[in-house]
Design a protein around this ligand. Structure first.
Ligand code: PRP
Length: 178
Protein backbone atom coordinates (compact mmCIF):
# COMPACT_ATOMS: atom_id res chain seq x y z
CA UNK A 1 0.00 0.00 0.00
CA UNK A 2 1.35 3.41 -0.91
CA UNK A 3 -0.02 6.92 -1.33
CA UNK A 4 0.40 9.15 -4.37
CA UNK A 5 4.00 9.57 -5.59
CA UNK A 6 5.63 12.69 -6.98
CA UNK A 7 8.02 12.82 -9.90
CA UNK A 8 9.77 16.10 -10.67
CA UNK A 9 8.64 17.64 -13.96
CA UNK A 10 10.22 21.09 -13.55
CA UNK A 11 12.85 21.62 -10.89
CA UNK A 12 13.05 24.56 -8.55
CA UNK A 13 16.19 25.73 -10.35
CA UNK A 14 14.48 25.64 -13.75
CA UNK A 15 11.51 27.54 -12.34
CA UNK A 16 13.67 30.25 -10.79
CA UNK A 17 15.62 30.75 -14.03
CA UNK A 18 12.43 31.03 -16.08
CA UNK A 19 10.81 33.41 -13.59
CA UNK A 20 13.81 35.75 -13.91
CA UNK A 21 13.50 35.65 -17.72
CA UNK A 22 9.78 36.37 -17.57
CA UNK A 23 10.36 39.27 -15.17
CA UNK A 24 12.98 40.77 -17.49
CA UNK A 25 10.56 40.58 -20.41
CA UNK A 26 7.77 42.17 -18.35
CA UNK A 27 10.12 44.88 -17.13
CA UNK A 28 11.05 45.74 -20.72
CA UNK A 29 7.39 45.83 -21.82
CA UNK A 30 6.26 48.17 -19.03
CA UNK A 31 9.00 50.77 -18.76
CA UNK A 32 6.95 53.44 -17.00
CA UNK A 33 4.26 53.97 -14.41
CA UNK A 34 2.67 51.61 -11.95
CA UNK A 35 2.01 48.01 -12.92
CA UNK A 36 -1.05 46.40 -11.33
CA UNK A 37 -0.41 42.71 -10.80
CA UNK A 38 -3.65 40.78 -10.27
CA UNK A 39 -3.01 37.35 -8.88
CA UNK A 40 -5.64 34.63 -8.74
CA UNK A 41 -5.80 32.73 -5.45
CA UNK A 42 -4.71 30.35 -4.32
CA UNK A 43 -2.44 28.56 -6.77
CA UNK A 44 -0.53 31.59 -8.06
CA UNK A 45 0.65 32.82 -4.66
CA UNK A 46 4.19 31.43 -4.83
CA UNK A 47 4.72 32.32 -8.49
CA UNK A 48 3.54 35.88 -8.00
CA UNK A 49 5.76 36.29 -4.93
CA UNK A 50 8.83 35.23 -6.91
CA UNK A 51 7.84 37.15 -10.05
CA UNK A 52 7.29 40.49 -8.34
CA UNK A 53 10.54 40.16 -6.41
CA UNK A 54 12.33 39.69 -9.72
CA UNK A 55 10.90 42.98 -11.05
CA UNK A 56 13.29 45.88 -10.61
CA UNK A 57 10.68 48.67 -10.77
CA UNK A 58 9.47 50.19 -7.51
CA UNK A 59 5.85 50.72 -8.54
CA UNK A 60 4.22 47.31 -8.52
CA UNK A 61 0.75 47.09 -6.99
CA UNK A 62 -0.17 43.59 -5.94
CA UNK A 63 -3.83 42.65 -5.81
CA UNK A 64 -5.59 39.35 -5.30
CA UNK A 65 -8.79 37.89 -6.64
CA UNK A 66 -10.66 34.73 -5.74
CA UNK A 67 -12.40 32.79 -8.48
CA UNK A 68 -14.28 29.54 -8.22
CA UNK A 69 -15.56 27.40 -11.04
CA UNK A 70 -18.37 24.99 -10.56
CA UNK A 71 -18.40 21.39 -11.71
CA UNK A 72 -16.63 18.30 -10.55
CA UNK A 73 -12.94 18.24 -9.59
CA UNK A 74 -11.70 17.00 -12.93
CA UNK A 75 -13.45 19.26 -15.39
CA UNK A 76 -14.76 22.76 -15.39
CA UNK A 77 -18.44 23.36 -16.06
CA UNK A 78 -17.76 26.75 -17.53
CA UNK A 79 -19.59 28.43 -14.65
CA UNK A 80 -17.23 30.86 -12.97
CA UNK A 81 -17.87 33.08 -9.95
CA UNK A 82 -15.82 35.79 -8.25
CA UNK A 83 -15.41 34.93 -4.56
CA UNK A 84 -13.07 37.82 -3.79
CA UNK A 85 -12.98 40.94 -5.94
CA UNK A 86 -10.39 43.68 -6.32
CA UNK A 87 -10.68 46.60 -3.95
CA UNK A 88 -8.87 49.01 -6.28
CA UNK A 89 -9.95 50.83 -9.41
CA UNK A 90 -7.92 49.62 -12.39
CA UNK A 91 -9.35 52.08 -14.92
CA UNK A 92 -6.55 53.57 -17.02
CA UNK A 93 -3.91 51.29 -15.47
CA UNK A 94 -1.55 48.69 -16.89
CA UNK A 95 -2.80 45.38 -15.50
CA UNK A 96 -1.08 42.02 -15.57
CA UNK A 97 -3.08 38.96 -14.52
CA UNK A 98 -0.78 36.33 -12.99
CA UNK A 99 -1.87 32.68 -12.91
CA UNK A 100 -0.16 29.44 -12.01
CA UNK A 101 -1.76 27.30 -14.71
CA UNK A 102 -4.15 27.45 -17.64
CA UNK A 103 -6.05 24.26 -18.37
CA UNK A 104 -9.40 24.67 -20.09
CA UNK A 105 -8.96 28.44 -20.21
CA UNK A 106 -12.42 28.95 -18.72
CA UNK A 107 -11.19 30.79 -15.61
CA UNK A 108 -8.95 33.22 -17.46
CA UNK A 109 -11.24 33.94 -20.37
CA UNK A 110 -13.93 34.85 -17.83
CA UNK A 111 -11.55 36.97 -15.75
CA UNK A 112 -10.16 38.77 -18.77
CA UNK A 113 -13.65 39.68 -19.96
CA UNK A 114 -14.58 40.88 -16.48
CA UNK A 115 -11.53 43.10 -16.06
CA UNK A 116 -11.78 44.49 -19.59
CA UNK A 117 -15.16 45.94 -18.61
CA UNK A 118 -13.29 48.07 -16.05
CA UNK A 119 -11.33 49.83 -18.83
CA UNK A 120 -7.69 49.29 -17.89
CA UNK A 121 -5.11 50.97 -20.11
CA UNK A 122 -3.76 47.51 -20.95
CA UNK A 123 -4.57 43.99 -19.81
CA UNK A 124 -2.25 41.02 -20.29
CA UNK A 125 -1.84 37.54 -18.86
CA UNK A 126 1.23 35.82 -17.43
CA UNK A 127 1.01 32.15 -16.56
CA UNK A 128 3.72 29.89 -15.26
CA UNK A 129 2.23 26.75 -16.81
CA UNK A 130 0.09 26.13 -19.84
CA UNK A 131 -1.58 22.87 -20.85
CA UNK A 132 -2.60 23.71 -24.41
CA UNK A 133 -4.11 20.26 -25.01
CA UNK A 134 -6.85 21.01 -22.47
CA UNK A 135 -8.00 24.31 -23.91
CA UNK A 136 -11.70 24.76 -24.60
CA UNK A 137 -11.91 28.54 -24.18
CA UNK A 138 -9.35 30.52 -26.18
CA UNK A 139 -7.12 32.80 -24.13
CA UNK A 140 -4.54 35.25 -25.36
CA UNK A 141 -1.51 34.72 -23.11
CA UNK A 142 1.37 37.18 -23.33
CA UNK A 143 3.88 35.49 -21.01
CA UNK A 144 4.14 31.72 -20.56
CA UNK A 145 6.68 30.01 -18.34
CA UNK A 146 6.40 26.41 -19.52
CA UNK A 147 4.08 24.47 -21.83
CA UNK A 148 3.44 21.12 -20.22
CA UNK A 149 1.74 17.87 -21.21
CA UNK A 150 -1.67 16.90 -19.88
CA UNK A 151 -0.45 15.47 -16.57
CA UNK A 152 -1.72 16.24 -13.07
CA UNK A 153 0.87 18.56 -11.56
CA UNK A 154 1.40 19.77 -8.02
CA UNK A 155 3.88 21.93 -6.13
CA UNK A 156 5.04 25.56 -6.33
CA UNK A 157 1.52 26.64 -5.36
CA UNK A 158 -0.45 23.93 -7.13
CA UNK A 159 -2.39 21.48 -5.02
CA UNK A 160 -4.09 18.16 -4.89
CA UNK A 161 -6.92 18.39 -2.34
CA UNK A 162 -5.05 21.36 -0.80
CA UNK A 163 -1.84 19.39 -0.23
CA UNK A 164 1.51 19.73 -2.03
CA UNK A 165 1.34 23.52 -2.58
CA UNK A 166 4.53 23.94 -0.54
CA UNK A 167 6.80 21.82 -2.75
CA UNK A 168 9.62 23.81 -4.40
CA UNK A 169 9.52 21.75 -7.60
CA UNK A 170 6.60 21.17 -9.94
CA UNK A 171 5.86 17.47 -9.83
CA UNK A 172 3.65 14.99 -11.62
CA UNK A 173 1.41 13.21 -9.16
CA UNK A 174 0.84 9.57 -9.88
CA UNK A 175 -1.84 7.64 -7.99
CA UNK A 176 -0.85 5.24 -5.24
CA UNK A 177 -2.37 1.81 -4.73
CA UNK A 178 -4.22 2.47 -1.49
C1 PRP B 1 -6.60 26.46 -11.05
C2 PRP B 1 -5.68 27.55 -11.55
C3 PRP B 1 -6.58 28.37 -12.41
C4 PRP B 1 -7.58 27.38 -12.94
C5 PRP B 1 -7.21 27.01 -14.33
O1 PRP B 1 -7.26 26.93 -9.91
O2 PRP B 1 -5.11 28.30 -10.52
O3 PRP B 1 -7.22 29.40 -11.68
O4 PRP B 1 -7.51 26.22 -12.12
O5 PRP B 1 -8.11 26.10 -14.87
P1 PRP B 1 -8.95 26.40 -16.18
O6 PRP B 1 -8.01 26.93 -17.22
O7 PRP B 1 -9.47 25.02 -16.54
O8 PRP B 1 -10.04 27.33 -15.84
P2 PRP B 1 -8.04 25.96 -8.90
O9 PRP B 1 -9.49 25.98 -9.27
O10 PRP B 1 -7.36 24.63 -8.87
O11 PRP B 1 -7.92 26.70 -7.52
P3 PRP B 1 -6.60 27.04 -6.65
O12 PRP B 1 -5.77 28.00 -7.47
O13 PRP B 1 -7.14 27.66 -5.41
O14 PRP B 1 -5.86 25.74 -6.38
Amino acid sequence: MSGPAERILISSGQIQKRVQEMAAQIEADYPEGPLYVVSVLKGAFIFVADLVRALKRSSVRIEFMGISSYGNQKSSSGQVKVTRDLDVNIEGQNVLIVEDIIDSGVTLSYLKRLLEQRHPKSLAIATLLDKPEKRIAPVDVKYTGFRIPDEFVVGYGLDFAEDYRNLSDICILTPGDD
